[in-house]
Design a protein around this ligand. Sequence first.
Ligand code: ZN
Length: 147
Amino acid sequence: MSYAFWFNAPLKCLSCGAEIAGNLTGLHTRGLNPEPRDEWVVPDQELALDPDDFDTTYVRVRSPTDGTDFRVIHGWCCPTCNEAQWARLVFRRESANRFRFVTAESVPLAPEELRAAHFISDDVKYWIEEGPPEETKGLSEALGTAE
Ligand SMILES: [Zn+2]
């Protein structure tokens, strides 16, 4: 079994403009939570995570340099218009096995976002590989190139 963190951070839909309350975005990551239960987390909350947990949960696209916040690009779905949306989650390392969930913010799935990301979720990877070519142009190249 794998357990989820549900990220309670408000997100703006970049398709319809709706401001979605943090408990309604559906933004969650299964498998990241080391505890045997699903859990809500809010911005600024500290989590018992080590860097390996990110590698077992997400796809690493670039190694974070020392002292850098971990940036994860993750999918979510707008509950108002049902369009696929993307969010940048930021995690700050506090100690060997503690990370602070800093924030989540809506971002376009664009090459410059991917070039600044360290990890992507499986749904982002799938979209880049299988999405319509006119919307995914330049994205796979951006995964392998430096910040
Ligand atoms: Zn929307």
